[in-house]
Ligand binder design. Sequence first.
Ligand code: PMT
Length: 415
Amino acid sequence: MKTGIKNKNIILGVCGGIAAYKSVELLRLLKKEGADVRVIMTKNAREFVGAMTFEALSGHRVCTDLFADSDDASIKHIEWASVADAVVIAPATANIIGKCANGIADDALSTFMLAVTSPVLLCPSMNTNMYLSRPVQKNLEMLASYGYVITEPGAGELACGTTGPGRLPEPPEILDRLICCLTPKDLKGKKVLVTAGPTREAIDPVRFISNPSSGKMGYAVARAAEHRGAGVVLIAGPVNLTDPINVTVLKVSSAQEMAAAVFNYMEQSDIIVKTAAVSDFRPKEAAKQKIKKGEKDEATLFLVKNQDILKELGRRKKDGQILVGFAAETEELERNAGKKLEEKNLDMIAGNLVNHPGSGFATDTNQVTLFYRNGTKEPLSAMGKDEVAHILLDRVLSVISSKPSVISSEASRIL
Ligand code: PMT
């Protein structure tokens, strides 16, 4: 599936609120992602940020007035509405929310909003009492029923001095929601369980055995599945990443903790993707206190094997459940990944050479080869982990289309 907002026509609506400065950063992010962005500002928005800033960053004239005397101005609301792939209004004030909900068209932005048919992401931002007021909440409900996607405002101390919901989400979050709006929901109704990151096996209270997994690959799979409409549970080892929006995230540390969490959710999951780099061994006993260096030049650590979580999942796998593994290899990718596919009873395994630049641990890109149960393989070129995640989910859907789901509706409701 082609995802993201590269080459998409995005209309950014900016209203008059203190958070209007954040829409400048949002525009910069959208441009960085390769979107073509046109900006429509309300009169009040120009009290907070100048149109010139948006013009310079977007590379287009900004629409501020339906009747402005410029080539670009005439019937823009119709012209731009017909080419828009998506609209984002950030910040969305009580005023534009009220106008959109009630079909009022008295300026460029509100008129455009009546003409547009593409997905709309509305990002309310205002004083807490205004946001919680019955008219605004009623209007938001109405807009949600029309299919507008509405972001939850952040809570905290606002510029007006009140404390509570009303803050505009940060631009990366708005970008994520916009990408979600543009992503077809072909995993709607599916429950996806993803594991990510490393595990830590304690040696003593201050030392542990681990590996360089950053969690990026697993988080990309969780994010992609959520964007495609799945209910997602992400079980993550210690990582330093922002939790994906709208995903249930469970943080664990050791392989044993990860195993317990995974087995807890496995029954109700249609698709399980095990991206985590689970430690194969753990110290037989973790010392209660920090181990002293002592006089000897050598020390011995007794290790015991951790349970192979994926193998156990493969053993318990139900008909219709899809199990995807990852294989981190430094040599003989095909042989090693193929062996894991068979031994762990997987439907698919993504093999990656972790000693190659731009592939494996902690990079933003990955180069994987997908191995399938029927003995075929699909080498992919190096690409962003988000892209890898989407291709992997495309292939999962192909496998599903040849397998009926037997997860009970009872189990599905638990997630
Ligand atoms: O997190 P990043 O920095 O983005 O890096 C991504 C990645 C390199 C971690 C990822 O692409 C990857 O390769 N993940 C699998 C890492 C791994 O543990 O591979 P393995 O070949 O040792 O294990 C094979 C499979 O068995 C994996 O799906 C693993 O989750 C699972 N396993 C392994 C051991 C164990 N005790 N329990 C398991 O479930």
